[in-house]
Ligand binder design. Structure first.
Ligand code: NAD
Length: 260
């Protein structure tokens, strides 16, 4: 049902972002993927998307810390893929440390990649969406857009910011056929989660198994990791006509985490 539409997904070379790109491609959308990684693996992913959609798929290496590159990527999607109808702000990094030891450059990078880039993406995409009279802006929030955990000050701050930005731009675009929402997963089994296990082991003096069961899944009442595909399925639903009244929402997909 997304034939003729173009989706741009930031941070889609792996994890949840790649799952969004696959889900949009499966519905026939043109897709622009973005993020870092091995060039051959990225090209394989791009080609597979094109094969799945029967439409176009492009890769753009825009760095989410660079507003000029963000604007250029959105313009390129409009020029080469015919629009910027669906924008997904998903790129993210994490750093786990008490505030007094938190490196300033890690703090700045998290805020830029998770939060500031979403503002620039929206600024660049909204004019295209207004012209088309239709648009879907979806950001990957997090349970950490609603509640906090110790030692994740930059991430929790940036994700709470995503929830506020979502509400504001939803209000600004409400009469233009544009919806703006965030999807807030609990722990999803991806590289980002895998990568923070060593730091959490060090900062809490725990084994790998203890971090998995007593820290990560401790907060998730279902005792199961969320899957990237479950998150992507909700994003696809948000693109349907049936979802046109859902705007400004922060939708939890967290196994009950934030209910507790
Ligand atoms: P991931 O590490 O697999 O994916 C992150 C993506 O962001 C990658 O494609 C990476 O290349 C890209 N990226 C990093 N820095 C970038 C930059 N400067 N410019 C452009 N791209 C950049 O992790 P993931 O778990 O799939 O995370 C995706 C999103 O989901 C993030 O916003 C994360 O905060 C959020 N999230 C993840 C979980 C989880 O448990 N995995 C839970 C809640 C929210």
């Amino acid at each position: 049902f997304l034939k003729g539409k173009t989706a741009i997904v930031t941070g889609s070379t792996s994890g949840i972002g790649l799952a969004y790109a696959r889900a949009f491609a499966a519905e026939g959308a043109n897709v622009m993927i973005n993020g870092f990684g091995d060039a051959a693996a990225i090209e394989d992913a791009r080609a597979a998307l094109e094969h799945a959609s029967g439409a176009m798929a492009l890769y753009d290496p825009a760095d989410m810390t660079r507003p000029d590159q963000i604007a250029a990527m959105v313009d390129r999607a409009a020029r080469e893929l015919g629009g910027a109808d669906i924008v997904v702000n998903n790129a993210g990094i994490q750093h786990v440390s008490p505030i007094e030891d938190f490196p300033d450059d890690r703090f700045e990078a998290i805020v830029q990649i998770v939060l500031t880039s979403a503002w620039y993406m929206m600024k660049a995409a909204v004019p295209h969406m207004k012209r088309a009279g239709w648009g879907r802006i979806i950001s990957t929030g997090s349970a950490h857009s609603l509640v906090a955990s110790p030692n994740k000050s930059a991430y929790v701050m940036a994700k709470h910011g995503i929830a506020g930005l979502t509400k504001t731009i939803a209000l600004e675009t409400a009469t233009h056929g544009i919806t703006v929402n965030c999807i807030s997963p609990g722990y999803v089994w991806t590289q980002l989660v895998e990568n923070q296990i060593p730091d959490t082991m060090a900062s809490r003096g725990m084994t790998r198994e203890q971090v998995m069961n007593d820290v990560l899944l401790a907060a998730q009442p279902t005792k199961e990791f969320v899957t990237p595909e479950q998150v992507a399925a909700l994003a696809v639903f948000l693109c349907r006509d049936e979802a046109k009244s859902i705007t400004g929402a922060n939708l939890s997909v967290d196994g009950g985490w934030t209910a507790a």
